[in-house]
Design a protein around this ligand. Sequence first.
Ligand code: G3P
Length: 214
Amino acid sequence: MKIFIDTADVKEIREAHEMGVIDGVTTNPSLMAKTGRKHREVIEEIVSIVDGPISVEAVSLEAKGMMKEAHEFSGWHKNIVVKLPMTSEGLKATKLCAQEGIPTNVTLVFSVNQALLAAKAGASYASPFVGRLDDISETGMNLISEIRQVYDNYGFKTQILTASIRHPIHVKEAALIGSDVATVPFNVIQQLTRHPLTDIGIQRFLEDWKKVPK
Ligand code: G3P
């Protein structure tokens, strides 16, 4: 499973990239707003750090405006993936982008049928939001299993990009189900590295090392 980092904070991206575990980056307007920096400037810094797909979200509500943004973003760097909303206008733009060879990430997917439509329109990635489904007392991970089954039934090439990940169990379950990608916030990536037995083991080895004659 590929791991993308779900942030626009370049410090976090650099740190995770140095660990060698990051295959790409996803951003959205909320993450961008947290940086307090100019959109293009941040994206240009991100592409200079990570050599992989970088999702940049369009904010237009109509396909025409989305295409204008898609052309602009994809001109910034070859690794840009245009993030489009899961609406009928978003699907129109997805289809046009596919025809032009612009990679897309259809975002805010909350049902199997939406994921099916995103794939049919030619999306490179579909992003189901598991945490936000959990928030409303639905089991978000069930959606990932169902989309996996539908995509496999028909051989769709669209990659499942599990998003709205909130904790390590989401990552583990996404990997077990066979999600193609999980986009993970930095704090969860840090949590993935930890295990109390690792810490205890290091401590014990360090103590024993002191007893070894040098
Ligand atoms: O990639 C989308 C993701 O960032 C949404 O996460 O936690 O705002 O639901 P969250």
